[in-house]
Design a protein. Sequence first.
Length: 194
Amino acid sequence: MAQQALETPQQSKRPLRADAVQNRARLLQVAYETFAELGVGAPVDEIARRAGVGAGTVYRHFPTKEHLFLAVVAVRVEEILGRAEELLRTAPPEEAFFVFFTETIDCGATDHGFADALESAGIELPPEVDDSFRDVVQALLARAQEAGTLRRDLVPEDVKFLMKGCFAAQRYLEDKSRAPFLMSVVLDGMRVRP
């Protein structure tokens, strides 16, 4: 879905050679690791160096750094959406939203590229990816609200904003040991008060 939207016209017309497919897969893996470590500010030259290819190879597969970043983030978002779908099917309604929120924040703590994408740090997610994320959050919200554990006045945009705040806290806190406490404050603030 998101991957197809990121293909260049040249990529969609002719199939890649076997070595090009391997280069692209290696490049995506290295780009994922580099963006996770350095965020959206990771230079293309650094990604190319870590992948053992030239910058030209990167640009043959991805015409801009934004295309490369979005291809990497689209994979991560798909994984997170898959986990949300699993929680909707298997977790108790009163817990699924809170598990999703916590796991997403934990993901952002180790994957700065993902956190940058959700924070819209200079690069916007494709509308279909953003819509899918919103839809899953809405489904989780509705279940938790019906179960009586989540405030009824919360909407998906609020959740995304609170996630951004948690990502920022993780990134900028001088005392990182305070992050779990701040997360508990956010979670408690979203719960229905007895």
